[in-house]
Design a protein. Structure first.
Length: 181
């Protein structure tokens, strides 16, 4: 049996396929696509991740739904890095435990969801790394070591400080380049 929220979620996705549709604590949220500043930050992330991703045969997917469980919310990160042949829940949704890194750039009005709600949903689903880039606070936060009750490690760096993605990445990010806008 399909839950009422799940049914409404599917209907909204069908009505507005060009928009980003997510479910947060049972509420359906529809957002416009990012601004030029948002997209410039994402481009800077991509420039730094592509050499590692390409060298290991991984893939970068923008705006794919992350399946967190049958009764869980549905989040759409700005970027998802997945291994070759990740486990899919459907054509539109990759399983959280089949990702390598999820990335979000905080949008106006989205800080609470990015810093609090999403980490609490991603960790129990086995998402190994969740990177939040916050241009408003001028910081970068990496959630790692997921557990049933949340991430056990949060690394917060101000813009300009180095941040190294842990294994299987073992790759430094130049945070100064991420927020050059």
């Amino acid at each position: 049996m399909i839950r009422p929220v799940e049914e409404r979620y599917r209907t909204v996705r069908e009505l507005f396929p060009e928009l980003r549709t997510e479910v947060f604590n049972g509420r359906i949220v529809v957002n416009d696509t990012g601004t030029w500043q948002h997209n410039t930050i994402l481009a800077q992330v991509l420039f730094q991740l592509i050499p590692v991703v390409a060298g290991r045969g991984w893939e970068i997917w923008p705006n794919i739904t992350v399946f967190l469980g049958a009764e869980a919310d549905r989040y759409v990160p700005d970027l998802a890095v997945v291994p070759q042949r990740p486990v899919m829940e459907s054509d539109e949704a990759v399983r959280g435990d089949s990702t390598l890194l999820l990335v979000d750039v905080v949008a106006a009005g989205g800080a609470y969801d990015a810093h609090v709600v999403k980490p609490l949903g991603y960790a129990p689903a086995g998402v190994p790394l969740y990177l939040v880039i916050d241009p408003f606070q001028r910081l970068v936060k990496l959630y790692s070591e997921p557990g049933r009750d949340g991430y056990t490690r949060e690394t917060v760096e101000p813009v300009g400080a180095p941040l190294t993605l842990p294994a299987p990445w073992d790759h430094p990010l130049d945070t100064g380049r991420l927020l050059c806008v």
